[in-house]
Design a protein around this ligand. Structure first.
Ligand SMILES: Nc1nc2c(ncn2[C@@H]2O[C@H](COP(=O)(O)OP(=O)(O)OP(=O)(O)O)[C@@H](O)[C@H]2O)c(=O)[nH]1
Ligand SMILES: [Mg+2]
Length: 594
């Protein structure tokens, strides 16, 4: 006797009786009857949770499963995800919200002091070593307009935090010290703001110093495409002194003006969207996370899921530390109640039941496992050759381990390695899984990420692939040091090394008999060269490596194709391209002997 298989229906965490009936292709009356027979009195507009809906469906001959909403990964240069999500709201529900202003700029150019002056408190003096370690989030009121400010660190090591700060911003205030001028992280900050498509206002700070040279800085800014408005450009450049508290009024006016030109809206009644700004564990209070609400309203008691963390909000505080019950768009809040520390930059969502939250986390863990087993690191040689492309005599490492107790012995055994020729530099060490910040930091500083007894999150692996960052995982300390030692030896005697010069994505495939398969590509970074070698990556896995057999632009053979252009290419003896494959082009370069 064969049993008829139950038809499967996907359900969200909560659903109205009306929608449930629709899903089951039944009348609402039928659904209400089943609910009643189970002791639930519900009308047609009432919302039932997943568990209840599943019982109803089961009695009606269906099998219910929980629908997991996809969280898409953001790509640089795109409109940030949260913004795109707000765009999906019904325009008539949108109301204006406070602008989120991110302060960016080179280290010590006065970001924290400026923000301090704006809110008349004194944070810079209380910071460890005067260097901002994390993003602080505050709100101020100016002429009845509320503005949310995010401070960021300017130190070279904190690229990820600057990127994240820009991604969450409506306006970027770029702080440039008038004595120092445009510096590396000033340029980087401009790139982040542009990547997130956020307008920039320049605060020309330290104008009080005798060596301040505003005109020189304005020239430098002009060269970077930020032409001051007084020179017929469209960038507002406001001279300020954070120390003497001058020019602040003008800066606030500029912020409100730019905010006014760019519709800054959200639906306070809509889907709750928000981002983790920072998070840590407090021994007494458990996990504390600072969240920026971007759409909807977050309530005390809501169940949230963010990355692999979930939980019911037990308490919620505003930036003054005052307990609050709800938070509307553009408000930074600190929440307690998550079961794990989420990663800064991760987006959170609200679930209607604990069970839904747990299931989402379980699904994510499964995906991670798949990814962890399918991704394999490149060979040691390859790895360190790539590192060498940086032409440095230092091996930069980002070290992540399961517990503090592992970090210390790893560090001391690394110190035990002979470093007379090459220095090992641990740029960052921390407990916890490898996350996107680690990868961004490694990408920015040409470092290698070392994981010890931990896994890497899916977004991090994807980023590592696109950024060409090597991630090595170990479970035994001496293997780790052995590998590093071997690699250091390898680094001392290279004659030629492989240098990555560009990346491309396969957009289309053309099979031509007698010739082979041609990949129609777009160069996404750097350039492709006819005499280069190509690596084919698919979903993070290296599928093939070989010599370029032909490179054409519009039917003509060419020697190189640059970023942004499309081309057709073949790899010797390889015909298995798939649309979406990522190609990396490398060349062999002589290494000058010192
Ligand atoms: N003369 C003068 N000094 C200033 C001014 N603004 C800031 N400073 C000084 O510059 C130094 C750095 O200021 P911070 O506000 O900590 O700089 P920051 O940009 O926040 O630094 P990071 O967070 O480490 O990137 C401090 O010693 C400030 O007192 C200003 O307008 N004039
Ligand atoms: Mg600071």
């Amino acid at each position: 006797m064969s049993e008829i298989e139950k038809k499967k229906i996907e359900l969200p965490g909560a659903i109205t009786v009306r929608d449930l009936a629709k899903k089951a292709d039944a009348s609402p009356i039928q659904v209400i009857k089943v609910l009643m027979s189970n002791g639930v009195m519900a009308n047609i507009n009432q919302i039932v949770d997943f568990d209840t809906a599943a019982i109803v469906l089961s009695e009606m001959g269906f099998e219910a499963s929980l629908e997991i909403p996809e969280v898409k990964v953001e790509e640089v240069g795109e409109i940030p995800l949260w913004r795109r999500m707000i765009e999906k709201e019904d325009p008539k529900d949108l109301v204006s919200r406070p602008p989120v202003v991110t302060i960016l700029g080179h280290v010590d150019h006065g970001k924290t002091t400026l923000l301090d002056a704006i809110r008349h408190t004194d944070v810079a003096a209380g910071e460890a070593g005067g260097i901002t370690q994390h993003i602080g989030a505050y709100q101020v009121e100016h002429k009845k307009h509320r503005i949310t400010f995010l401070d960021t660190p300017g130190h070279a090591a904190f690229t990820a935090m600057r990127a994240r700060g820009a991604q969450g911003a409506d306006v970027v205030v770029l702080v440039v010290a008038a004595n120092d001028g445009v510096m590396p992280q000033t340029k980087e900050a401009i790139a982040h703001a542009r990547a997130a498509r956020v307008p920039i206002i320049v605060a020309l700070n330290k104008i009080d110093l005798p060596e301040a040279n505003p005109d020189r800085v304005k020239h430098q800014l002009g060269e970077l495409g930020l032409v001051p408005d007084e020179w017929e450009g469209d960038t507002m450049v406001v001279s300020v002194s954070a120390k003497k508290k001058t020019g602040l009024e003008d800066l606030m006016e500029a912020i409100l003006m730019v905010a006014d030109q760019n519709k800054i809206l959200a639906n306070p009644k809509g889907k709750v969207i928000g981002t983790v700004i920072e998070a840590q564990v407090d021994r007494a209070k458990g996990v504390e996370a600072t969240l920026l609400i971007q759409n909807g309203t977050l309530h005390n008691g809501d169940i949230i899921v963010v990355g692999l963390a979930s939980g019911k909000i037990r308490a919620m505080f505003d930036f003054h530390g005052k307990s609050i019950e709800q938070a509307s768009p553009s408000t930074p809040v600190q929440v307690m109640g998550l079961n794990e520390v989420p990663h800064a930059g991760e987006q959170f969502q609200i679930c209607s039941t604990d069970r839904e939250a747990r299931e989402i986390v379980e699904q994510r863990k499964l995906k991670l496992k798949e990814l962890a087993t399918s991704s394999h690191g490149s060979s040691l040689e390859d790895l360190f050759n790539r590192f060498q492309a940086g032409e440095v005599r230092e091996l930069n490492l980002v070290l992540k381990a399961d517990v503090q107790g592992s970090l210390e012995p790893i560090l001391s055994s690394l110190n035990g390695i002979d470093q007379s020729q090459i220095k090992i530099k641990v740029l960052h060490q921390e407990t916890g899984n490898i996350n996107e910040n680690d990868i961004m930091l490694a990408a920015a500083s040409k470092a290698i990420v070392i994981g010890f007894n931990i896994s890497a999150d899916a977004n991090a692996m994807r980023l590592a692939e696109t950024e060409g960052v090597s991630v090595r995982q170990y479970e035994i300390i001496y293997r780790l040091t052995e590998d590093i030692e071997k690699a250091l030896k390898g680094m001392l005697t290279p004659e030629k090394h492989e240098k990555s010069i560009g990346r491309a994505e396969v957009l289309a495939i053309f099979k031509i008999s007698k010739v082979g398969t041609i990949a129609g590509c777009k160069v996404t970074q750097g350039e492709l060269r006819r005499n280069g070698r190509l690596k084919v990556f698919r979903g993070g896995t290296l599928m093939h490596e070989g010599e370029m057999a032909s490179l054409k632009r519009e039917q003509t053979n060419v020697r190189e194709v640059r970023e942004g252009y499309e081309c057709g290419l073949r790899i010797k003896n390889y015909n298995d391209f798939q649309v979406g494959d990522q190609l990396e082009c490398t060349i062999l370069e002589e290494v000058p002997q010192e």
